[in-house]
Design a protein around this ligand. Structure first.
Ligand SMILES: O=C(O)CCC(=O)C(=O)O
Ligand SMILES: [Fe+2]
Length: 198
């Protein structure tokens, strides 16, 4: 377990209308098979990003599957793997949303992380819903209000869980996966995203 960043009094700030958390969206067995498959077959890459005006190497590996997205061409699009396409269809049926791509993030150990951010528009100027499926090591997903950092919360993203984020979450809140000083095994997160308005 990772140390909890926020204490339980922060529960009051949880924007319940903007998030839904579904533990066990896929079974532990399916999650294990998927973890093995993705670790072996994805052409994982470490990207560069601008952080506080400096170019830094991202402390995680990533890959993009599906239709080309508007991100300045940093992440090369891979053809859908059947397993990822199947998950996309199940998540679409469950959520009523449509997605055309998935960003995969691979956190190798507790040193890998993603810094505070709100997700950039995959359709310029449009905040969209995002569906985030996690497998492997459970990690804490912290979020805080962009204008009032005292409003904050953390959710433990368990193996096989799905987190549905409404568009306004990206408008008003930012999120991160913090580094951990506890030993951490591999985790893969898949964020299904819209590329077109359909
Ligand atoms: O790994 C996660 O759960 C979150 C990843 C994330 O925030 C992103 O890809 O934008
Ligand atoms: Fe994000």
């Amino acid at each position: 377990m990772q140390q909890k960043l926020f204490d339980d009094t922060d529960q009051f700030d949880l924007p319940l209308d903007l998030l839904s958390y579904i533990p066990g969206f896929i079974s532990p067995e399916e999650g294990n098979d998927l973890l093995r498959l993705l670790l072996q077959t994805v052409p994982w890459q470490q990207h560069k990003e601008i952080m506080y005006d400096r170019e830094v190497v991202t402390p995680r590996l990533s890959a993009w599957y599906g239709d080309t997205r508007n991100d300045g061409g940093k992440t090369q699009a891979q053809q859908w793997l059947p397993e990822l396409y199947n998950l996309k269809e199940r998540i679409e049926r469950f959520s009523g949303e449509r997605f055309q791509g998935v960003l995969l993030n691979y956190y190798r150990d507790g040193n890998d992380s993603v810094a505070w951010h709100a997700d950039r528009d995959t359709i310029p100027g449009v905040k969209t819903a995002i569906a985030s499926l996690s497998i492997g090591q459970e990690r804490l997903f912290d979020f805080r209000h962009q204008k009032d950092h005292s409003k904050k919360h953390a959710i433990l993203l368990q193996h096989g869980s799905l987190l549905l984020m409404q568009p306004d979450l990206q408008k008003e809140w930012e999120h991160r996966i913090a580094k951990s000083t506890f030993p951490m095994r591999a985790r893969i997160n898949m964020t299904f995203r819209k590329v077109m308005d359909q």
